[in-house]
Ligand binder design. Structure first.
Ligand SMILES: Nc1ncnc2c1ncn2[C@@H]1O[C@H](COP(=O)(O)OP(=O)(O)OP(=O)(O)O)[C@@H](O)[C@H]1O
Ligand SMILES: [Mg+2]
Length: 357
């Protein structure tokens, strides 16, 4: 009918009198890689489990491939889920782990063999098929868990923090493997993580959640460059966006930390004297000639990481900000800096967190 893979319609979840998902509307396109990201407890897993059918839906509708699956069992939804805990059967070989779900569904033996072979080729685990999970590394186990999802040929893959148990280096390489898998299979994938880097690198579309609500939906570039509010601005990006308190003076001017700055805000709700926040990404701040920038700061710490450097600075009024630099002279503690930032890089937020434009 159309190219919608998964649709959520005013989906809600309550545990007793406590509502934890507050009416989510979302459309996932066929083949899209969607990432749910947000802080711990915001409802990512709950929402994913509601799509999977592992969690009852208090209100609303879940539609997969045009079918209302709200009341269907997980096995009838055309989904396969991969968890953080690999949940492999320890007494079975990798081969039997991969084929287990298909055997339970009485799939023909030759078909099981073919699908297991295909999945293990994709995941490059052929040499591990006769081992047991206990004889595998964490990354290999996670590959088997993903393989178990692949053999089921689902319409939609659901991942809940699949890389959280792996060390930092392995997370990065498995992240690329998952991206490659998506490219090869072309399936719809919905992926939960609290790691904004994982979200940025994997997603076609990021859904930023907070307290059971969607704060913003958009491509990685949209949520990074055009955040809808101060929460999204602060959550996406590492190190995070700097936020400076300011006061609106009217007439395209604002004051902060003893200085004034031009601010092209056309929002009519703003009155002179209103408090607002100026957001500046660390990589957009530029160290200028002394006195040439709008922001006077003092270096507190300088972190040299080789390819990049972070300057932790203090303003006269005690607020702090981080500057990211790719090159330039070294700075020492207490050195005074003059900083500037191109006008088009600044983001403004009202005191209630809403983006001001
Ligand atoms: N069985 C339950 N009974 C009551 N409240 C629950 C239950 N399961 C989850 N919750 C609550 O629902 C909210 C969402 O939980 P959920 O597990 O979806 O968060 P999450 O975003 O996946 O967090 P994390 O990043 O820590 O995994 C939390 O506030 C949690 O305490
Ligand atoms: Mg979770």
């Amino acid at each position: 009918m159309n190219n919608t893979s998964v649709a959520l319609k005013d989906v809600r979840k309550s545990y007793g009198s406590l509502q934890v998902i507050h009416g989510i509307d979302l459309t996932v396109k066929d083949g899209e890689f969607v990432v749910f990201v947000g802080p711990s407890g915001c409802g990512k897993s709950t929402l994913l489990r509601m799509i999977a059918g592992l969690e009852e839906i208090t209100d609303g509708e879940v539609v997969i491939k045009g079918r209302d699956v709200t009341d269907l069992d997980p096995s009838e939804r055309g989904i396969a889920m991969v968890f953080q805990s690999y949940a492999l059967y320890p007494h079975m070989s990798v081969r039997d782990n991969l084929g287990f779900g298909l055997r339970m569904a009485h799939t023909d033996g030759a078909e099981i063999g073919a699908r297991v072979a295909a999945a293990s080729a994709i995941l490059k685990i052929d040499h591990l098929l006769d081992r047991r999970p206990g004889q595998l590394s964490g990354g290999q186990r996670q590959r088997v868990a993903i393989g178990r999802a692949i053999v089921r040929k689902p319409d939609v893959f659901l991942f809940d923090e699949p890389l959280s148990n792996l060390d930092a280096e392995l997370r990065v390489s498995m992240r690329i493997e998952i991206a490659r898998l998506h490219r090869e299979l072309g399936n719809t994938m919905i992926y939960v993580t609290h790691d904004q880097t994982e979200a940025m690198t994997l997603a076609d579309k990021i859904v930023v959640l907070r307290d059971g609500n969607i704060e913003q939906t958009g491509s990685p570039r949209e949520v990074y460059e055009d955040p809808a509010n101060i929460f999204v601005a602060g959550f996406i990006g590492s190190p995070r966006m700097n936020f400076l308190d300011a006061e609106w003076l009217g007439d395209g001017k604002l004051r902060f930390s003893g200085a004034t700055m031009d601010a092209a805000i056309s929002d009519k709700s703003l009155e002179p004297g209103d408090k607002l926040t100026v957001g500046m990404r660390p990589e957009h701040l530029v160290v200028t000639e002394p006195g040439a920038g709008e922001i006077a700061a003092k270096v507190d710490f300088a972190e040299y990481l080789g390819g990049t450097r972070f300057l932790y600075c203090q303003l006269e009024n005690g607020q702090t900000l981080v500057v990211e630099q790719r090159e330039g002279p070294d700075f020492t503690r207490d050195e005074r800096l003059s900083l500037t930032i191109p006008a088009f890089r600044r983001r403004y937020f009202a005191s209630n967190g809403k983006r001001l434009r």
